[in-house]
Design a protein around this ligand. Structure first.
Ligand code: CP
Ligand code: NVA
Length: 308
């Protein structure tokens, strides 16, 4: 069973094959109207369930469009609409969905729900974000970096702000793709040290540098994300903002990176908080390419999961 649960849980060669497939199908498709079916229809007659226990714009639309371009059909469900949101267990939900669909993508809170679903599912399960990680996003980000700058191996990626789920998947990717990773943010919001240790064990530098000006020196890629994630209590907003304000990506901070450094944000962005308009809309920003590449990367992930 090929689940796509996390970047560190997927073989390096498979990750590279997925990205190569994503590039090839993006190139082959060219600039046709979005609703045009792909020349190949690898998901013909396949039914895909897209389950959201948290809000989404990009993940929801890119998975739905991607399945349709490949000839499949989707069911988009929110947790609250399902019995899942009213006490039915994940295990029972999985055993029911097994009978109806060929593939399940889920966005949920605690990763144990994802793991339990994958454990009970007889069809592949894709992680569409948990409190802990966001692997589909980082696959799209790797694709985007390589489109603009070539291989990411050996480059320096700096993540500034909250050591959250997006940071965790970047650290997973550092170990798999061989790039160095620097986190800069307040000690209270550091990424899980075990994830950093695992990346180091794979031979890359994974470090924490408190001073953002120091951290950003030599960066090939600067990444940030929201200061308050969907799983964070809103009551922590003010405390988080106070801690994170020194880590805003603005023109001054970006000027400390390499002159050709790229800027990424998974979106949705909170302009004027973690990033300024000048950086979001500036020449180094590739945020909308990242959003587009969610579509291409996830199409390749789905094909890999179904081996089609
Ligand atoms: N980046 C991302 O996953 O966006 P959505 O929350 O809109 O899906
Ligand atoms: N860290 C953010 C990512 C949103 C795509 C969150 O979990 O809310």
């Amino acid at each position: 069973m090929r689940h796509f649960l996390d970047i560190d849980k997927t073989e390096r060669d498979d990750l590279k094959a997925i990205l190569a497939q994503a590039r090839a199908t993006k190139d082959a498709r060219g600039d046709v109207p979005k609703g045009t079916p792909d020349a190949e229809q690898p998901l013909a007659n396949r039914m895909v369930a897209l389950i959201f226990e948290k809000p989404s714009t990009r993940t929801r639309v890119s998975f739905d469009v991607g399945v349709r371009q490949m000839g499949g059909q989707t069911l988009v469900l929110t947790g609250q609409e399902m019995q899942l949101g009213h006490g039915e267990s994940i295990a029972d939900t999985a055993r029911v969905l097994n009978r109806y669909v060929d593939l399940i993508m889920i966005r949920t809170f605690d990763e144990t729900a994802l793991l339990e679903l994958a454990d009970r599912a007889t069809v592949p399960v894709i992680n569409g974000l948990t409190d802990r990680s966001h692997p589909c996003q980082i696959m799209a980000d790797l694709m985007t970096f390589e489109e603009h700058r070539g291989p990411i191996a050996g480059k320096k990626v700096v993540f500034t702000g909250d050591g959250n789920n997006v940071a965790a998947s970047f650290i997973h990717a550092a170990g798999q793709f061989g790039f160095d990773f620097t986190f800069t943010g307040p000690a209270q919001l550091d990424p899980d040290t075990r994830i950093l240790d695992e990346a180091r064990a794979r031979g890359v530098e994974a470090e924490i540098v408190r001073d953002p000006q120091e951290a950003i020196k030599g960066a090939d890629l600067v990444v940030t994300d929201t200061w308050v994630s969907m799983h964070d209590a809103l009551s922590t907003r003010e405390r988080r903002h106070n801690l994170l304000r020194p880590y805003q990506v603005n023109e001054h901070l970006m000027s400390g990176a390499k002159p050709d450094a790229l800027f990424m944000h998974c979106l949705p962005a909170h302009r004027g908080e973690e990033v300024t308009d000048a950086v979001m809309d500036g020449p180094q920003s590739v945020v909308f390419d990242e959003a587009e590449n969610r579509l291409h990367a996830q199409k390749a992930i789905m094909r890999w999961c179904l081996d089609v």
